[in-house]
Design a protein around this ligand. Structure first.
Ligand SMILES: CC/C=C\C/C=C\C/C=C\C/C=C\C/C=C\C/C=C\CCC(=O)SCCNC(=O)CCNC(=O)[C@H](O)C(C)(C)COP(=O)(O)OP(=O)(O)OC[C@H]1O[C@@H](n2cnc3c(N)ncnc32)[C@H](O)[C@@H]1OP(=O)(O)O
Ligand SMILES: CCCCCCCC/C=C\CCCCCCCC(=O)OC[C@@H](O)COP(=O)(O)O
Length: 375
């Protein structure tokens, strides 16, 4: 076992990485809170600052994936379209079958220079997750309750705010609305049957209302829909804990760029278009499973140094005071202070475990478990 492999397996390393993420993340959340007055003085400046601060948090997770675990994603796409990635506003449609599929989205956003400004339509529950959820509030993600009676008012309002974003963005929309499980798949295929739609083998039936309101509200501001299909070699099931332990995964991503003007405006036509898209995506997954390849050529999109540098800087900033604190704690010899510190560490580890649990499919919501959608 080499030094790198040995370090990756050490619990102390996992604890330190987690500490850096939590401590720097909370500090960045506090800085984001301090930008509130700037929103009233200069909105565009406040948004740009929050994009940078958001980058400081999300790029730590990207560094963990790209540099710590060494995972490299094989990108299949049209090389002629590649120069547009990150240089225009886009809506990203991605299959939702893996615990950390969002992390691969982030990793590519980083490579295309739009990580800080990346957006998504996310369930409201995630807004309360410290560090990540609080950051998303300031970087203007679109929160939804997955109850159409409420979302039909709030989601378009949040989308309208993105129209004058000062930076290019990619907005991720998981049209399946929840993560793939066998039970959710079975139920959504019952819905498909009732609606007379072809069955999907590898996806849940897409929810079409969110896609339609997103396209309609961002027309003129967004120029393309990016259709992304992600899978892993040898049926790998990637997890955040696996990445933290330095496990290297073997993902493959197929990206198609579809001009937004080619998407129909009417709700029914737009819904039919999305169902057809998911039938195509299902075909691409089947092809990957059968042949180990997606259609089209492989394009190289190398990892960049930015996330690693950001990570090292924040590590230095928060590890130094930790070291100083530990030295003074041990030299003080106060049992009460030591016990209080241990209790604090225990609380922090429970919080982190709960946060990681948000990514785990085994703790997925009940949304999509019944034909009548409810979270
Ligand atoms: C080149 C680029 C390359 C790389 C870059 C890639 C990407 C990176 C980009 C950005 C990254 C940024 C950030 C990412 C980081 C983190 C995000 C991570 C995770 C968070 C994700 C989530 O939280 S997913 C959950 C929330 N999101 C959604 O739900 C969106 C999809 N949902 C919708 O759009 C819904 O329509 C809705 C939420 C707006 C409303 O939902 P509701 O359920 O109330 O209504 P619906 O109308 O949709 O549903 C009712 C209709 O559905 C039928 N039905 C009933 N039961 C089912 C069932 N089980 N399955 C399917 N359909 C069902 C029902 O019959 C109704 O039918 P109608 O005919 O009446 O419509
Ligand atoms: C340097 C990194 C340090 C490691 C620690 C990183 C800790 C990150 C902690 C928490 C991340 C919380 C954000 C999780 C985003 C989860 C995305 C997701 O997949 O949500 C599920 C949602 O779509 C559907 O939900 P359901 O399937 O209906 O339920």
């Amino acid at each position: 076992m080499g030094l790198g492999e040995c370090l990756k397996s050490q619990v102390l390393c996992h604890v330190l990485i987690s500490y850096v993420f939590l401590a720097s993340g909370l500090l960045i959340n506090l800085l984001q809170l301090c930008t509130l007055p700037v929103w009233w003085l200069n909105k565009s400046l406040a948004r740009r600052i929050n994009c940078r601060l958001g980058y400081c948090i999300s790029s730590q997770a990207v560094a963990l994936l790209d540099w710590w675990s060494g995972t490299e994603c094989t990108l299949y796409t049209d090389p002629k379209m590649y120069p547009l990635f990150g240089n225009e506003n886009g809506i990203v449609v991605l299959n939702h079958s893996f615990e950390i599929d969002f992390l691969f989205g982030w990793s590519f956003c980083e490579r295309f220079g739009v990580l800080g400004s990346s957006k998504a339509v996310v369930k409201k529950e995630l807004a309360y997750v410290p560090v990540i959820g609080w950051m998303w509030y300031f970087t203007e993600l679109v929160f939804c309750t997955r109850k159409w009676e409420e979302d039909r008012i709030t989601v378009p309002q949040s989308l309208q705010k993105l129209r004058d974003s000062p930076e290019n963005f990619l907005l991720l929309l998981y049209c399946e609305g929840t993560r793939f499980t066998a039970q959710k798949h079975r139920i959504s295929m019952e819905v498909a049957e009732k609606k007379g739609l072809p069955k999907l083998k590898h996806h849940l039936l897409p929810r079409t209302k969110g896609f339609w309101v997103t396209v309609q509200n961002l027309r003129g501001s967004v120029t393309a829909v990016y259709d992304l299909t992600l899978n892993f070699r040898n049926n790998e099931s990637p997890s955040l804990l696996g990445v933290l332990r330095g496990k290297k995964y073997h993902p493959a991503l197929y990206v198609r760029r579809i001009p937004l003007e080619s998407i129909p405006e009417g709700e029914a036509e737009c819904a039919a278009w999305l169902h057809k898209l998911y039938q195509e995506k299902d075909g691409f997954q089947e092809q990957y499973i059968q042949t180990g390849r997606y259609p089209g050529p492989i394009v190289s999109a190398p990892r960049r140094l930015g996330p690693l540098i950001n990570w090292l800087c924040w590590s230095a900033l928060v590890l130094f005071p930790l070291g100083a604190f530990l030295v003074s704690l041990l030299s003080s010899g106060s049992t009460l202070t030591i016990l209080a510190s241990l209790a604090f560490c225990y609380g922090a580890s429970l919080l982190l475990r709960w946060m990681i649990g948000q990514t785990e499919i085994s703790r997925s919501s009940g949304y999509g478990n019944k034909v009548n959608s409810s979270s």
